[in-house]
Design a protein around this ligand. Structure first.
Ligand code: KE4
Length: 428
């Protein structure tokens, strides 16, 4: 595969942008080598500046469940663009997207739009602390909630990939009230609430983790979360930035039948443009400025172009309901990957929910960060590059989720399985 133009361009970018990237998740730090520079995308495919076509299993890290350049989404953005870009004043589009989110996610009675998942989780934490007048927050090792100071502790995604799960530059005071527990560990959770229940403002978690790779919550863990929060007057926050509208139209909370007090969203609700959101119980959300005293603001929050893109995405998802086919095709892909790994005699685990999945190179079921961290990341890197050479673009880390879109054809799935069979046979 010719990557000469990407190499040249990346050298230039690296002179003026830290690591040549505007997000370290794209830096290929976990797999070595240099990122491809993408020129354009369409449907299930990325096209780099050397003219290589790749089947895309990142989808911009989750937003593109419909595939790139979905006609309905592009038409909505163009229509909004004809009216201007940003007004700094309320628009109907913001109300329309808010209503679409509320209709889809019953636990959300009121919702505020922001510009990223990070802003959403940062704001939700502040709201929980303001509502409960408590300071302590519980998060779980390996979960990633964006680069919020108080949550950059044992964080997953690229923080883990690059070996800095707890970032320098975060003063001890910012994390003094952050308790980090092991995901799926009920005893850990019970002990924390037993010790400090009256101080705990909230528990925030990925209800299906994507940022350790995909890790599925165990029923007893989910039940304990709800019971302990309720018994102690703490708020339960589902960070559904990745799972929202991904694993089901109503997110993980629809699958599990759980109603968190607050939910954070992002990715798909922007359809590829910058949107985050946080919402939940009306009595909790009514502490948010200007109704209540908890301050949160943003120049481009609710931006019309982004609202149009998100609204069109949710509307198209509701109209076409791709979830049953995504379930079947993603399961077929995972079965093919598992068969290829099995045939190559490789220790492996596959975790999948809906159209998000991870092939782990390890022989233990990945139920928490400790186990995820034991996976063979060197073998993953060889798999990653072998797949790129065969035109398949995977997340550049063992600690990420892969995403299948509605634009992936059965032939794309077949091609991917065939590529994996060839690559995994060589990945010693
Ligand atoms: P953003 O600030 O990147 O929009 O969202 C942060 C965030 C919050 N919560 C969850 C569950 C998330 O997965 C994310 C962001 N996900 C990563 C990929 N695992 C984004 C990729 C990147 O950082 O470039």
């Amino acid at each position: 595969m010719n990557r000469s133009h990407s190499h040249t361009e990346f050298q230039t970018a690296s002179q003026i942008i830290p690591g040549g990237v505007n997000s370290p998740a794209r830096a290929f730090g976990g797999v070595g080598g240099e990122p491809l520079i993408i020129d354009r995308a369409d449907g299930a495919y990325l096209f780099d500046i050397d003219g290589n076509r790749l089947i895309d299993y990142i989808g911009s890290w989750g937003p593109h469940i419909l595939g790139h350049q979905n006609p309905a989404v592009l038409a909505a953005i163009r229509a909004a663009l004809d009216k201007g870009t940003s007004f700094g004043a309320p628009t109907r589009l913001e109300t329309q997207l808010a209503q679409a989110v509320i209709d889809a996610v019953p636990s959300i009675e009121k919702v505020r739009m922001v510009n990223s998942g990070t802003e959403a989780t940062m704001s939700a934490i502040r709201v929980a602390r303001g509502f409960t007048r408590r300071n302590v927050i519980i998060k779980f090792a390996g979960c990633y909630h964006g680069h919020v100071d108080s949550l950059l502790v044992k964080a997953g995604s690229a923080a883990t990939t690059l070996g800095v799960p707890s970032s320098p530059g975060v003063p001890p005071g910012c994390t003094a009230d952050t308790v980090v527990l092991e995901y799926n560990d009920v005893a850990d959770l019970e002990a924390a609430f037993h010790a400090r229940g009256s101080e705990i403002a909230c528990v925030i978690l990925e209800p299906i983790v994507g940022n350790m790779g995909v890790v599925i919550p165990e029923p007893a863990f989910l039940q304990a979360l709800q019971d302990l929060c309720r018994q102690n007057g703490s708020l339960l926050i589902f960070d559904e930035v990745m799972t929202g509208f991904r694993v089901a139209f109503g997110g993980a909370q629809e699958l599990f039948g759980v109603k968190p007090d607050l939910t954070t969203l992002g990715k798909i609700i922007g359809g590829g443009l910058p949107v985050g959101a946080y919402g939940g119980r009306a009595d909790v959300m009514n502490v948010v400025s200007p109704v209540g005293p908890v301050y949160q603001a943003g120049t481009l929050s609710g931006n019309p172009l982004a609202m149009a893109s998100g609204l069109a995405t949710l509307t198209e998802l509701k109209r076409t309901n791709p979830y049953p086919r995504l379930e079947l095709e993603t399961q077929r892909l995972c079965d093919g990957l598992a068969s290829a790994a099995q045939g190559a005699g490789l220790p492996h685990q596959i975790a999948r929910v809906g159209s998000m999945f991870t092939l782990f190179f390890g022989n233990e079921v990945v139920r928490n960060y400790t186990i995820a961290a034991r996976c063979d990341t060197a073998r993953f890197a060889r798999y990653f590059w072998g797949m790129i050479e065969r035109g398949v673009y995977l997340p550049c880390s063992q600690f990420e989720a892969n995403f299948v879109s509605a634009a992936h054809t059965s032939a794309d799935i077949d091609t991917t399985i065939a590529a994996a069979r060839a690559v995994l046979a060589d990945v010693v």
